[in-house]
Ligand binder design. Sequence first.
Ligand SMILES: [Cu+2]
Length: 415
Amino acid sequence: MKLLLRDKVAKLSFVALLAASSAAMLYTPTAAAHGEKSQAAFMRMRTIHWFDLNWSKEEVKVNDTMTVTGKFYVFAGWPETVDKPDIAFLNVGIPGPVFIRAGSWIGGQLVPRSVSLELGEIYEFKVLLKARRPGDWHVHSMMNVKGGGPIIGPGKWTTITGSMKDFVNPVTTLTGQTIDLETYNLENTYFWHALWYAIGLAWLAYWVRKPMFIPRSIAIESGKANTLITSTDRQVGIAFTVGTIALVAFGMTSTNEKYPITTPLQAGLLRGMKPFEMPAKTVTVKVEDATYRVPGRAMQMTLKITNNGDTSVRLGEFQTASVRFLDSAVLEDTTGYPDDLLAEDGLTVSDNSPLAPGQTRTVQVTASDAAWEVYRLADLIYDPDSRFAGLLFFFDESGKRQMVTVDAPLIPVFI
Ligand SMILES: [Cu+2]
């Protein structure tokens, strides 16, 4: 009696677990952000440096499009622990399909598939997005690197207005038929899912009715395993097998008849992407030392800057992991860069007077902002290889910009 009760409980728990796990698969809650802050700081600082980002709209209606454009520098000092971007895919980081990606380009070339990127090069990119689901969404640029994971760029809040009911995604197939990908053959998808689900449940229901677990174990141990399966069980088993094979065969024939022309999903790798040429560098920078002061949330670098050009220059910006530290006396942001990633006055230079051609000057540069902690970049100091890297932007008298990269060890200071 006791045994039977225990078996019933076990059966019920099994069914409950099954129902719960199926329900969990169907339940997808809305996520507002994507854990960009929890990605290791060294990944954001030493892999892909995103800059000159522009989100063409802050508010967009369902079915309207917007673009995310900018440039990214594939860091020359790519960490050894992350696979090189030999196979990479330009993407966007958004909470699910709230936009559809209508197209993406690197260096003007359409990149619907993976690309091979060269370390030390700069590339220009553009992603065209079409609004699908209303709401406030954080839209990031993103590079998926095989063996490296998704490398996320800066995110900006974008609002989609309107109603998802109105969303359409028409495409013309190679056979000249125009279909709406949003709803195309949806009934068929629902039908087949429901059918296989029902068959699966029927199969389980048939066996769950019988003694399970403990009685079965006892029967097997006492050498009565043969008694567990009746001839009806065998017939049912055969019926399910034959039925499944017949259903698959029928599905395949009817699909082939209805759609005689199909092409496989296209994959492959695009090589030789065109890099973006930045103006020639005339400034050289040597990092003498760099420290991060934990209590002050500030990074201090001693930089030896040499100007080999023919016009004087000033340091206007330091950027790392998408956080921009500006010296407002030299540079003000007019692009609407996300506030939380912009330290408008976060860059202090001990002497930022114009550095004349031919001159060398050693300066103390401090990049301070709550972003070090908020974006968890300071976690870097707990890495076994605690290095930082970033982009320095210098501006000459006519406002022309040049970019210099820095890459050096970072020593934490706790007092
Ligand atoms: Cu985000």
